[in-house]
Design a protein around this ligand. Sequence first.
Ligand code: FAD
Ligand code: NAP
Length: 560
Amino acid sequence: MRESPPVDVIVVGAGFAGMYAIHRFRELGLNVQVFEAGSDVGGTWYWNRYPGARCDVPSLEYSFGFSEELEQEWDWPEVFSAQPDILRYANHIADKFKLREHITFNTRVISVTWDEATRGWEITTDDNETHRAPFCVMATGCLSVPNKPGIPGADTFAGLELHTGLWPHEDVDLTGKRVGIIGTGSSGVQAIPELARQAETLHVFQRTPVYTVPANRKAMRDAVQQEFKDNYRAIRDMQQSNAGGVSNFRPVKSVQRAAADTDPGAIADVPPDGQPNFRGGNNNIKDLSPAERRQRVIERGLNELLNFRDVYTDPEANDIANELFRNAVRYMVKDPETAESLCPKDYGIGCKRQVLDRDYYDTFNRDNVTLVDLEQESIREITPTGVQVGDEHYDLDVLVYATGFDAMTGALLKANVSGRGGHTLNEKWEHGPVAYLGLQMQGFPNLFTVTGPGSPSVLCNMLVAIEQHVNWIGDAITYLRDNGLATMEPTAAAETEWVAHVNEVAEGTMYTAPSCNSWYLGANIPGKPRIFMPYVGGYPRYRERCEQVVANSYEGFQFT
Ligand code: FAD
Ligand code: NAP
């Protein structure tokens, strides 16, 4: 085991969180070392290269606000950018701010251990090296551990096996191939239309249908981009007071109208403030007559159903919207049996992360696409030549897993973290994640998590959430240094109170309805405790709480 010279802070992960951490901590005069399992920066956008992968927050908003120069020099080609453009942005940031010199790539952290004697963290990497630092920041991502379900025979498949979250860097040629895809969440829904265009045949193995609505697919207009750039300071302020971390900034109406008129491909618009605000309309669906409701959907598209406030709070209103949605699917998909299978029935709009698509339902009208409904019979086994469902065997050359992630806690638990007294994070989180503000855990001094469980994280524009967390952590480390303090961690009482608050605000929402099973609840991973993990109280409320804690001399934290 080799040992490297100690640094001030070790950061695990070089996605957007780890990248900004380097920049910020370096500004604060800290010596930073980052370890990243991948061969380059970008995290999510480095790993998820499947065809169709793109953002569901407008790119002018899903961007960093810490550098005006960066804001002004970067141009987005589309309103909601595709993965290659977001990865290009990550690379540009790495080049511009010379981040790579702090990052060791192709290196996975396999243990993170508190050493009481040195009051610091000992990090072991898979190249058999140990590294030490008084502070460790886990920027390991909320959606970075791909989930491959334990379907019998999975390892026997002799064709090409792919996972959307681990997509190869080189082009995958599907021409003439019989392709199967398991999973119809956000990744599957984005990939399916693209795979259908490339493959000879596509079989979609669907366990649970989704409520998916058309994504905004407009190219970026120079005038809109310029207007954002001219107003970026105000826009960043607006993001800070929006529940989902997106501004309500609208480019002038004339620009919008001109854009719509000149773009024949433009379809029903997603609200420009991105998906978190789907939950925040001012109208109630129950205030409209049945005829008015139908008319609204016909005129404004499926997205309209997501903009009624009561759809997220009143089960009866939710049922109305769900049924209108199903009727639209029955209308769009020509084969009645396929249409019926595509209609979600067991849960309502608002339970899961809203899915956005391009041509999803129309894809099932193609001759080369077959939906295999797993509702009655799940996949019995995967064979060397395909997938067996009941008595039916589907011969495949390529099998794509779009089966999601061990979300929120997966990467943290996989890193084998043990804190004071040798107590492990796995023990502490046996019944679900327990953390104060999603930033720190009692018993794990000087260990910080970026967008950890109990923070708004995945319910927020994540670049906004990341900047806020990294800034907070940087300030906390500075506070310790300035005050001659060695360690900080939450008190057990503060942690318990925060976890209770996180649960309380999630209670009664569609997210936690008894019929709802989502990765927010850990329900996609067998045996994972059913706990609603992100903070649903809104980004501004959360941010204010973090600021209040600091103003009250780090209320809820204890120091040595
Ligand atoms: P990540 O980007 O996940 O980076 C974490 C990094 O840590 C990874 O590179 C990983 O390799 C590394 N790592 C983890 N464990 C270890 C270890 N033990 N040792 C070494 N390295 C390790 N969010 C939005 O706000 N809007 C969107 O539109 C959006 N779209 C998304 C689309 C997809 C397909 C996915 C999967 C997620 C999406 N997200 C979106 C969420 C997205 O994860 C965040 O926006 C953001 O990119 C997270 O950045 P991060 O740095 O926190 O984590
Ligand atoms: P996901 O939402 O968890 O979807 C996984 C899919 O796989 C589900 O349809 C699930 O079915 C299915 N599945 C899992 N195990 C299965 C099994 N054994 N048999 C059959 N089906 C199985 O994962 P995801 O689609 O990768 O999305 C995860 C998150 O990443 C999103 O919610 C979003 O936050 C982010 N993301 C965002 C975008 C974007 O638009 N910007 C795109 C992709 C991902 P069940 O529902 O029945 O479990």
